[in-house]
Design a protein. Sequence first.
Length: 114
Amino acid sequence: MCNALSPEKAVIWSILHDLAPTDLRATYFTHPAYRVWFEAVSALRLDRVEISAETIHATAAALGYVVREIDRRALQRMVRIAPPARIVDNAQLLSQALIDRHHGRAVHIEGLIN
């Protein structure tokens, strides 16, 4: 079974735990929930508010977004549980893969497959 990481999930998980570089943008994400979470976390950090599933949902709602229940549960898990070591160790590489994909460049994350 392939256990490759989704660059988007890995990067948003890194962002939730303040591990990702700051040069990312919401437009780099194709998953709608990740875009919303990115914008909410960015706003919360700007206002120096604690990052939690509740504050992210409240900020997303204030920005006019509705988060699906399945995405709400995923967010709660990713906020509660620290990312695995392979995400922590490769946050920069994964973020760069997301940026490269957005700009149409080749992306190679095969080295992160278990």
